[in-house]
Design a protein. Sequence first.
Length: 317
Amino acid sequence: MYFLGVDGGGTKTQVILADKNANILGVSRVGSTYIRSITKELLYETLEEGISLALKDASLETGKIGIEKSCFGIAGLDNPHDFELLASCVKELKSVKLDANPLLLNDAVCALRRGTYEPFGVVIVAGTGSNCYGKNKQGQSVFVGGLGHILTDEGGSYFVGSQVLHSAAKSYDGRIEKSLLEQYVYESFGVMNMRDVILKVHERTFGKREIASLAMICEKAAKENDKEAIRILKEAASEAILMISTAIKKLGMIDDSFDLVCVGGGFKNPTGPMRIDFEMFVRQNFVQAKIIYPTSEPAMGAVFLAIDACNCAVPSV
């Protein structure tokens, strides 16, 4: 009995093939399946590649394996058109024999299940973009943010990377005091001054993913006590706090006991400004909330949901 879980994000996609006890049999990592930024053809090709590689990792033959239940957690899956697009791609997949009704979900829903065994809770995602999803004990659910980098994504690495570029430019022309971010941007692009950065950021290959990668520069500068880098990460924390606070209040969970699941690169540094500010706020304002940083593979949330759907017992996360 095989179960398939997919975690599709703005930078990369993970596919996991597991058994009914959630033991990983095969895993793969491929490119982005963020539904707002790729064509249907590329979405299909990426999913097909990811599943085929996961089967290969499990030493199973492509096209001959039947899946008991599958779950596709895809970033940006928000409106009927998105679901129809994904459904049509999934229906055409040939690498495995999928179940009749695969679960098609926003990746934040899977991220919550990745961190908690409870049917309720709140998750905050700070990856390339950002998103927040919550569900209370009464079954009411809400999304906050998660509408893409033009409308939202505050607190994610794209948000941080954009701020890095702005601050580097301000450091260059004197609008703020000199910041390490300026020099680190030069080093990242392999240039000597901000005028050369202009050419780099307007290249056709420079986009969301490249901007998001600059978040690492911010973390590096913050570790060296750069004031501007610390300010940016604190602002990212404030945005994450605003998202979870909004979700918790809307769901009437302020005084409830629940798991608060935190996923994404923004939370990786346990001593960084973002995580410290975030944790301090939660402990002071939502005293019953239990902060959880999942250690399992990203696509395990989708695997757990697939197994749940078949009423199979899943080991505690």
